[in-house]
Design a protein around this ligand. Structure first.
Ligand code: ZN
Length: 216
């Protein structure tokens, strides 16, 4: 699954009640599209004044929405970040990022909930192999004057798209070019480039596109 904010929010509330006695204050939840991590807790560590120590504030809980993962792993990632949040919001001291305190909380929740939270923010090799990474592609659907239709994947940068469109209109007898921004894996088989090559599609019903971007 690729989690949406309402899903993460309701898991947060559920896990807060079940594993933290509802003690965690509400926290802004954000989606991340980073490649490097599954989840991340961000906050600011602010000095309270002379000799008065630090206070953590401006928390945000970020969960990856780029990788399609098993629901269990999404939930374990939310719980992992909630342990960081529990430690940081209560200003507790741990021996390291995933120190003794983090591991004690992790072991407690794993035992109570039959969960599989780990100290890693990244995918294991197996999880990586199972994960489906949806890449967003800029796709031109080209309608030729002779009635044929073709597709071309162009790097998703405005200057590439405009350049390719200009050159294609000059080179081929084109009736219309429709642009689609899509993460459908159907388009993975087409190379992404500004080369003047258009792949003819015989059966238009296979084209998984909807909604057109007007590139002017
Ligand atoms: Zn962590």
């Amino acid at each position: 699954m690729i989690p949406a904010i309402p899903y993460i929010q309701s898991r947060f509330d559920e896990f807060n009640a079940r594993y933290f006695n509802g003690s965690l204050p509400p926290v802004p939840i954000k989606l991340s599209h980073a490649k490097g991590f599954l989840g991340k807790l961000t906050f600011t560590r602010r000095k309270q004044g002379l000799f008065r120590g630090y206070r953590n504030e401006d928390f945000a809980l970020r969960i990856n929405a780029r990788i399609d993962l098993p629901e269990e792993l999404v939930q374990d990632t939310i719980l992992h970040e909630m342990i960081h949040y529990y430690i940081a919001v209560n200003n507790l001291k741990d021996s390291s990022t995933h120190g003794a305190l983090f591991r004690r909380e992790m072991a407690r929740i794993n035992a109570e909930g039959g969960r599989h939270i780990t100290v890693s923010h990244r995918l294991t090799e197996t999880e990586r192999a199972q994960a489906v990474v949806h890449k967003t592609r800029m796709v031109a659907v080209v309608h030729f004057k002779d009635g044929k239709t073709g597709v071309k994947v162009v790097p998703n940068r405005r200057e590439h798209v405009l350049y390719w469109q200009r050159m294609a209109l000059r080179r081929f007898a084109i009736d219309k070019i429709e642009w689609h921004l899509t993460d459908d894996d159907y388009f993975a088989k087409f190379p992404s480039s500004v080369a003047m090559k258009i792949y003819l599609i015989e059966d238009l019903s296979v084209l998984p596109v909807s909604g057109t971007i007007n590139m002017g």
